[in-house]
Design a protein around this ligand. Structure first.
Ligand SMILES: *Cc1c(COP(=O)(O)O)cnc(C)c1O
Length: 443
C-alpha cells in the first residue's frame, strides 16, 4: 500500500518514507492511498486470535509493499510485550483497557510499534533519526520509553511547563541517555506549533528530523490493532459494536475509522471530548473553529486544534454529514468527569482515570440517546458499547483522589519513577528558541 499527503494526493510515498518524514513536505499528513476491503481477513480471526497474531495479520496486509510478513511479525513481537484487556462495566458496556504498557497509557501501542518499525527499517542503513515530538502529557512518556536506548535514534520531547501531571513530567524527564526533555514556557498548542514549524524550516533540513507525534503514520496504523482485537472478542456475542474514544488530537479515533473503512464491522464511533469541543461542534454544524486550548482535568485531551482533524476530514472527503453518519460527537464537562470517576468507583469498586471518565459519560449518553436499549428495541443484547480506557488511573492520582476521596496505590512501574530526579531544559515558546537548541545540540 502507498500513502498520500492530505495536501497533495499525487504525492505517493512508501510506509518507510512516511514514517521517517513524519509530516509531508507541503505540511500535510499521510493517509492510505487505498482502502482495501479486508473483511475476509477480519472474518478469519476470532476470540482466540492473540493480540500479536491479529495485529501481525493486519499489519502484514497493510505494509506488504515495505516489509515481509516475517519482519512484520517480529516488529509486533518486539513492540507488544503487553496487550489490551476487556472488562465489563455494566449491561452492554465494556471498557477496553489500553494502559498495560510501560508508560501506562494507550500511546504505548503506537510509540512502541513505531520504535520497533524504525529500528527494523534502519538496520543495515547508516542513517540516523532525530525524533522531535510535542506532548500534552502521555505522548512524551510513551515515546521516551519506546525509543530509549534505540540505536541510531535521538529523541527530543517538548512539553508545556506546569501543564502535565507530576508523574507524567517524571516519566519524560528521567530517562536520560538519548532522550532530552524541553520544558516549554507555554501551552501544548505552542509546543505543537514549534514542532510543525521546525519540520518546515530550511535551516534544519540538514538534520534527519522525524516526528513521533500522533501525526506519524507509524503510530496511527498500530492504533487500529486494538479495535480489531476488541471486535474479535465481542463479535460473536453482539450484533452491533460501538466504540467511544476519548479524544484530543484524534489519532486514536482516526485509527479506528481506518479499521472500519478496511471492513472491520463497527456501527458507530463516539468522539468524546472535554470542553475542547471543536470536533463535536463541527459534527453538528459543519463549521470547524479551532481555538486556544482550555485546561481541564483530562489534560491529555486539552487540544484546541486537533492535528489529526485534517486526516479525518480527508477520509470523509470534507463532508461533515458523511462523517456524522459514522462519528457521533459528545463533549463532557469537568464536573461530569469527576462525577463519573466517583460513580464508577461507587458501582464497580475500581478506578478510572479522568480521560476514560470522559468516554464513560459519552457512552452512557449514547445509550440514552440511541434508544437501542429501551423496550422499543427488539433485542437488548444487540449492541455493545466499548469505551477505550486510555490511561491507568494511577497516572492521575490527584484528580482520582479528589473524586473518590481515596489515595490509590501506584503500580510499581510508576512508583519507581517518582523517586528519580527531573532533568529538563527550559526554553521559550518560540520556533527560534527550538531552532537554536537543535542547531547547538546536533551540529
Ligand atoms: C493522548 C491521550 C488521549 C487523546 O488521544 P488522541 O489520539 O490525541 O485523540 C486521550 N487520553 C489519554 C490518556 C491520552 O494520553
Amino acid at each position: 500500500m502507498k500513502f498520500y499527503s492530505t495536501r497533495n494526493k499525487n504525492h505517493l510515498v512508501s510506509f518507510k518514507e512516511a514514517i521517517f518524514q513524519g509530516i509531508s513536505p507541503e505540511g500535510g499528513l499521510y493517509n492510505p492511498a487505498e482502502m482495501p476491503n479486508l473483511s475476509n481477513l477480519f472474518n478469519s480471526m476470532d476470540e482466540k486470535t492473540s493480540f500479536i497474531d491479529s495485529s501481525a495479520m493486519l499489519a502484514s496486509e497493510i505494509l506488504k509493499d515495505d516489509l515481509s510478513a516475517d519482519r512484520v511479525k517480529s516488529i509486533c513481537e518486539k513492540a507488544f510485550p503487553f496487550s489490551p484487556e476487556i472488562t465489563k462495566a455494566g449491561d452492554n458496556l465494556f471498557i477496553l483497557e489500553l494502559y498495560h504498557g510501560p508508560s501506562c497509557a494507550f500511546k504505548d501501542f503506537g510509540a512502541f510499534f513505531l520504535a520497533a518499525a524504525m529500528e527494523e527499517l534502519l538496520a543495515g542503513d547508516d542513517r540516523k533519526a532525530i525524533i522531535l515530538t510535542a506532548t500534552s502529557g502521555d505522548t512524551g512518556s510513551a515515546v521516551a520509553q519506546a525509543f530509549h536506548n534505540k540505536k541510531n535514534i535521538d529523541v527530543v520531547i517538548l512539553y508545556p511547563s506546569g501543564r502535565v501531571s507530576p508523574l507524567q513530567e517524571k516519566q519524560l524527564t528521567t530517562l536520560g541517555g538519548n532522550v532530552t526533555a524541553l520544558e516549554v514556557k507555554g501551552s501544548f498548542d505552542d509546543c505543537q506549533k514549534m514542532v510543525k514549524e521546525a519540520f518546515l524550516c530550511k535551516e534544519l533540513s540538514k538534520f534527519p528530523l522525524t516526528s513521533a507525534n500522533s501525526i506519524n503514520l507509524g503510530r496511527l496504523i498500530p492504533q487500529s490493532f486494538y479495535y480489531v482485537y476488541a471486535v474479535n472478542q465481542l463479535k460473536r456475542k453482539y450484533d452491533n459494536l460501538v466504540f467511544t474514544v476519548p479524544s484530543g488530537n484524534f489519532g486514536n479515533l482516526t485509527a479506528g475509522i481506518l479499521a472500519a473503512k478496511w471492513g472491520l464491522p463497527v456501527k458507530n464511533f463516539v468522539a468524546a471530548t472535554n470542553a475542547n469541543k471543536e470536533v463535536p461542534e463541527y459534527l453538528e454544524s459543519g463549521i470547524f473553529s479551532p481555538r486556544p486550548s482550555l485546561q481541564t482535568y483530562s489534560n491529555a485531551m486539552d487540544v484546541g486544534n486537533p492535528s489529526n482533524f485534517e486526516r479525518l476530514k480527508d477520509i470523509f472527503n470534507d463532508d461533515y454529514k458523511k462523517m456524522g453518519e459514522v462519528i457521533i460527537g459528545e463533549w463532557v464537562t469537568d464536573d461530569e468527569t469527576i462525577e463519573a470517576v466517583k460513580n464508577f468507583y461507587a458501582i464497580k469498586g475500581s478506578f478510572i482515570d479522568p480521560h476514560t471518565a470522559v468516554g464513560y459519560v459519552a457512552s452512557k449518553r449514547y445509550i440514552k440517546k440511541s434508544g437501542c436499549f429501551s423496550t422499543i428495541c427488539s433485542s437488548k443484547r444487540n449492541t455493545a458499547i466499548i469505551t477505550l480506557s486510555t490511561a491507568h488511573p494511577g497516572k492521575f492520582l490527584e484528580v482520582v483522589e479528589q473524586a473518590t476521596g481515596i489515595k490509590q496505590i501506584l503500580p510499581p512501574r510508576l512508583e519507581k519513577i517518582l523517586a528519580l530526579k527531573k532533568e529538563s531544559v527550559l526554553i521559550d515558546n518560540t520556533t527560534d528558541a527550538l531552532k537554536d537548541y537543535l542547531q547547538k545540540k546536533f551540529s
